[in-house]
Design a protein around this ligand. Structure first.
Ligand code: NAG
Ligand code: NAG
Ligand code: NAG
Ligand code: NAG
Ligand code: NAG
Ligand code: NAG
Length: 494
């Protein structure tokens, strides 16, 4: 695997440096029998506003500014005893995150909360230099988590100054994936601004050697192992089948046709093909939700189980195995029935920005990933920082600083902080780099056995497993305590 990941979400991109993919969006009628749709209700009543931010919060010579987009909803907000829930935006369009964070809309009334969704700089419409934002390393220089956190802090100060009644209210940071890491780090760095943070599926330890580099793909593999007999084994065998077929006479043409690919394969594109297939399995692991949903792609409920129905028998010929692999991929790429062909340059929604994340993973967000083909179903891949660093330099003219995040945010040594909930789904490969055990009374872990990538942040549905419902209740309980602690202390009495 040339290695690109998805942190999703986003998270997105494993590593850097290979081809940059933008997303597909296929919507349309369903062609498979399924449950009635349970796509969560969409949160759509909010105002879209812009706030003038400094391009550089950490120096005095640069006075340029840009407009940061944010969304605000005050339907359930109460000036008396209310709160402010602040979504720390991650690597994509903030409207998309807003659409996919039904949890905040579900709890707004109970917490008498104003909802704010702040877009991360360099994503969506919040581009510091417009279309030149990604032009070169000079323009990208201000794309860091520190600058993003400073944007959030300035925005909250602004809201408190300008919205009557907001000034003396507690703010809670909420985020998922990279946004969850930002929520946790925001509470660590700005404890005077937010009373607590809900960090959902936040792999704050997927750095340096804090966790084994193979843990991510091991969890992906486990999901396939558990979702159908011989499923992971079939996938493991598919790599050699691809090698054998693609090196035979008319194998490339056969494979192009069998996988319904848009463009003919060449022997040089076989590594890309394998990467694209690997990334598809990874994405499915992130969005293995219990109901039909459209996050990265429109998908059925428990999509890995559906995929695995095609991968029950590893003891078949190479051609049959790869035809089965096509059927499985087709669930991810063609559940809507609209795909004309499969494009190995695309794996996910265009609401996630893989270019920005690719740069971030080449600078601060250096996440080591590896596979060994034994504990996981992928071809062996060694983490090679030197090579990674060179690829980053070729692409961006900058080199990663792998130690910076742990220097900045403490790595595992974070016990002096307080009021952070780390929630993780056991099905989510990112849980491997997450905090899954309590660190103290107020740095707590919530594990959701049947949860994929920040399932808890999605809206309540009738199809939610009991474990995610109880996790959401527990999260609200913690948030209520932070709010009452805030109002209970004399100095902050409104
Ligand atoms: C949307 O929000 C505005 C302002 O908060 C409110 O006046 C309006 O009634 C809301 N509309 C709906 C459909 O809820
Ligand atoms: C968000 O949801 C609305 C309402 O369903 C939809 O029109 C819009 O396209 C969505 N936006 C994104 C970026 O997902
Ligand atoms: C596949 O074949 C091997 C060797 O013949 C055998 O041990 C194994 O049980 C078979 N697996 C399945 C799922 O049929
Ligand atoms: C997608 O599904 C539709 C409907 O079943 C089918 O006609 C079409 O050929 C499929 N596309 C691909 C790429 O297989
Ligand atoms: C495949 O995806 C790439 C990247 O998004 C795009 O440039 C290309 O046009 C797509 N090819 C086809 C045939 O859709
Ligand atoms: C964290 O604490 C451990 C044990 O006290 C120590 O070995 C390690 O160097 C510390 N790491 C950082 C980044 O301070």
């Amino acid at each position: 695997m040339g290695c690109r990941a998805l942190l999703l979400l986003p998270f997105l991109s494993f590593g850097a440096a290979t081809t940059i993919r933008s997303g597909v969006k296929t919507l349309g009628s369903l062609h498979l029998p399924t449950n009635p749709t349970s796509e969560p209700a969409v949160a759509n009543n909010y105002s879209v506003l812009y706030f003038q931010q400094k391009v550089d919060h950490f120096g005095f010579s640069d006075t340029r500014t840009f407009k940061q987009r944010y969304l605000i909803s005050d339907k359930h907000w109460q000036k008396n005893g209310g709160s402010i829930l602040f979504y720390t935006g991650n690597e994509g369009d903030i409207v998309w995150f807003c659409n996919n964070t039904g949890f905040m809309w579900d709890v707004a009334e109970e917490l008498k909360a104003m909802l704010v969704f702040a877009e991360h700089r360099y994503y969506g419409e919040s581009l510091p230099f417009g279309k030149d934002s990604f032009k070169d390393s000079q323009h990208l220089n201000f794309l860091t988590s520190e600058q993003a956190l400073a944007d959030f802090a300035e925005l909250i100060r602004h809201l408190k100054r300008t919205i009557p009644g907001a000034e003396n209210q507690p703010v809670i940071a909420i985020g998922g994936s990279y946004g969850g890491m930002l929520a946790a780090w925001f509470r660590m760095k700005y404890p005077h601004i937010v009373v607590g943070a809900l960090a959902a599926s936040a792999p704050i330890w997927q750095f340096e050697n804090l966790v084994p580099c193979g843990v991510f793909m091991k969890i992906v593999t486990e999901d396939y192992r558990k979702s159908g007999p011989h499923c992971a084994e079939s996938i493991r065998r598919s790599w050699d089948a691809i090698n054998r077929i693609s090196s035979a006479g008319s194998g490339l043409q056969w494979l192009t046709k069998a996988l319904h690919l848009c463009s003919p394969l060449t022997s040089g594109s076989i590594p890309n093909l394998k990467e694209w297939i690997s990334e598809t399995w990874v994405n499915l692991a992130m969005v293995d939700y219990p109901y039909e949903a459209n996050f990265l792609q429109p998908l059925p409920a428990w999509p890995i189980k559906v995929v695995c129905q095609y991968l029950k028998n590893p003891n078949v010929s190479d051609t049959v195995l790869l035809q089965n692999i096509f059927q499985a991929l087709n669930i991810y790429y063609n559940y809507s029935g609209q795909a004309k062909c499969l494009n190995i340059s695309q794996t996910t929604t265009s609401s996630l920005d893989t270019v920005g994340w690719n740069y971030q993973s080449c600078t601060e967000m250096v996440m080591p990933f590896c596979t060994n083909g034994v504990d996981d179903m992928f071809e062996p891949y060694l983490w090679d920082l030197k090579k990674f660093s060179e690829e980053c330099f070729n692409q961006w003219k900058v080199k990663p600083r792998p130690h910076w995040i742990t220097t900045l945010y403490g790595g595992k040594n974070i016990s002096s902080h307080s009021n952070i909930i780390f929630s993780n789904g056991d099905l989510d490969p990112w849980s491997g780099g997450g905090v899954t055990k309590d660190i103290s009374d107020t740095l707590v872990a919530i594990n959701i056995p049947e949860g994929a990538h920040h399932l808890d942040l999605r809206a309540n549905t009738a199809f939610d497993p009991a474990t995610v419902l109880s996790s959401r209740l527990l999260e609200v309980k913690h948030m209520k305590r932070w709010i009452s602690d805030y109002y209970g202390s004399d100095r902050r009495q409104p």
